[in-house]
Design a protein around this ligand. Structure first.
Ligand SMILES: *[C@@H]1O[C@H](CO)[C@@H](O)[C@H](O)[C@H]1NC(C)=O
Ligand SMILES: *[C@@H]1O[C@H](CO)[C@@H](O)[C@H](O)[C@H]1NC(C)=O
Ligand SMILES: *[C@@H]1O[C@H](CO)[C@@H](O)[C@H](O)[C@H]1NC(C)=O
Ligand SMILES: *[C@@H]1O[C@H](CO)[C@@H](O)[C@H](O)[C@H]1NC(C)=O
Ligand SMILES: *[C@@H]1O[C@H](CO)[C@@H](O)[C@H](O)[C@H]1NC(C)=O
Ligand SMILES: *[C@@H]1O[C@H](CO)[C@@H](O)[C@H](O)[C@H]1NC(C)=O
Ligand SMILES: *[C@@H]1O[C@H](CO)[C@@H](O)[C@H](O)[C@H]1NC(C)=O
Length: 294
């Protein structure tokens, strides 16, 4: 009968955190931690991870609980109760200054002040992050989505000005909690250094007068006006014998080729900040009918 197996599995899964706990305390190993129950009641009962018999040496006094000499089994969810009524919960973790969870990589598709970051952390962790805006104000915590040890989330700085030179870097602070420990780190960067445009769009090719006329449009997400936010385009095309040719153009969205071209694709870059190149567009296969007839 499979039911008992399922029950065991469910009990095991509820131990992992699924969201960043609203209230948590970071303690040091072998030091005492004082947990307070936010209530007007004078006496409360405590549970650790739902258990009335905690795996820790404790001292309960009124609405205060002291964990004596914090160790890993003593970490977790401490809840205070008045009879059957839940009053408050605090998640207790051990501070961790290790290098677990890093390799932050951020990308902006334009100068609109929005960007996306991803980073690595322990598989069981939950993360939140917040942005210190370019005007110095501190944003709200944003909860991250995680899968298999890779976490990601998006940010927006509403005070970001696309037209001004960035004088101060943005700061991002990260906090993570895995079953037993807390980890945090922060990074600084300029938006101009993380810009990577989306691929140009609407690439089309048309034969006319013995020439191949190519036309395209800037990525929809790119900043406007065009005159200010220029793009350098990289066209790559393949000749019938397989030779690949690269062409670069700036300040235009069309180009004509004399050669017989089999297929073509396009990428773009901000020429002023020497940003990363966008991903490539898909290959545009030139209709080979004219090649054969040609
Ligand atoms: C801690 O336990 C309480 C009571 O069981 C529960 O309501 C709460 O969601 C738990 N908190 C976390 C972060 O798991
Ligand atoms: C205690 O609870 C009150 C009422 O729910 C809330 O307004 C206050 O922010 C809480 N204080 C702490 C330290 O959690
Ligand atoms: C993190 O980044 C460093 C340097 O870029 C790289 O050597 C390392 O392999 C990365 N770690 C993981 C787990 O991807
Ligand atoms: C900074 O910008 C944010 C978002 O636009 C705004 O809410 C905040 O009041 C600004 N703070 C300062 C100090 O200008
Ligand atoms: C990490 O968290 C501790 C405790 O909250 C704080 O003092 C420290 O500044 C944080 N460090 C970073 C890099 O965010
Ligand atoms: C491929 O064709 C181009 C243009 O016809 C020619 O310049 C080039 O040398 C050829 N390359 C090879 C490897 O045959
Ligand atoms: C742009 O960056 C590339 C590679 O990072 C470098 O080789 C090139 O010299 C840079 N060009 C300018 C104009 O800074």
């Amino acid at each position: 009968m499979p039911i008992p197996v399922l029950l065991v599995l469910c009990v095991a899964l509820t131990d992992a955190l699924t969201a960043f706990p609203p209230k948590f305390l970071v303690g040091n190993l072998n030091k005492d931690v004082v947990v307070k129950c936010n209530t007007s009641k004078l006496q409360v009962a405590w549970t650790q991870n739902g258990e009335p018999e905690p795996m820790a040496e404790l001292l309960a006094e009124g609405r205060t609980l002291t964990i004596l000499g914090l160790d890993l089994p003593a970490t977790g969810n401490y809840s205070c109760w008045d009879g059957g009524v839940l009053l408050d919960s605090t998640y207790v973790v051990v501070g961790n200054s290790g290098e677990e969870g890093r390799n932050v990589s951020c990308q902006a598709e334009s100068y609109r002040g929005s960007f996306h970051c991803s980073w690595l952390g322990p598989h069981s962790a939950v993360f939140r992050a917040r942005l210190t805006h370019s005007n110095g104000s501190v944003g709200d915590w944003v909860h991250a989505a995680g899968h298999g040890g890779r976490f990601s989330t998006s940010f927006t700085d509403p005070s970001f000005c696309p037209f001004a030179e960035e004088l101060r870097p943005l700061q991002l602070s990260f906090e993570g909690i895995s079953d037993t420990s807390f980890l945090n780190f922060s990074i600084h960067f300029f938006v101009r250094d993380i810009v990577r445009p989306d691929p140009p769009q609407e690439l089309t090719a048309r034969m006319q007068g013995g020439q191949l006329h190519l036309a395209w449009a800037p990525p929809a997400s790119w900043s406007l006006p065009k005159s200010y936010f220029a793009l350098l385009y990289w066209l790559q095309y393949e000749l019938p014998n397989g030779t690949q040719v690269d062409a670069f153009v700036e300040g235009t969205e069309k180009m004509s080729l004399q050669e017989r071209v089999q297929r073509v694709r396009i990428s773009c870059q901000d020429p002023y900040t020497n940003s990363s190149w966008s991903p490539w567009s898909g290959w545009w296969e030139v209709d080979t009918a004219w090649l054969r007839g040609g």
